[in-house]
Design a protein around this ligand. Sequence first.
Ligand SMILES: [Zn+2]
Length: 130
Amino acid sequence: MAEQLPILLPCPFCGVVPVIERCADTFDYLTGPRKWWGICCRSTLNLGGSCAVEIRPQASIEAAAKRWNTRAPAQSALDEANAIIEQRNAMCSAYFAEVAELRREVEALRADADELIDTARASTDEGAGK
Ligand SMILES: [Zn+2]
């Protein structure tokens, strides 16, 4: 009876069902001949895709499947996204506070300028005898 092949998760980048590939054997003088298996996404350019992700060859199909099926926990990605959002919100709050402070300064300068213009007009009017 044929061995059952391990279940493989779809490619994390394009969602295509990957394939198990037998890689070239190697020979090591200490350990002798070794067989290798890889798992690849075959959504390659020549097949109309643009992915072709693969893992490094492993010494067994099971090891290759285990490595291929390893995914970062979704929660860590969510935590990372929330941290980025919080950081951006803090930057936006600081920016808006700075803009509000600059607006107050501009209004104060405008009021000072209006007062100086009024004073200058009043003294001009007095000098002209109006
Ligand atoms: Zn892919």
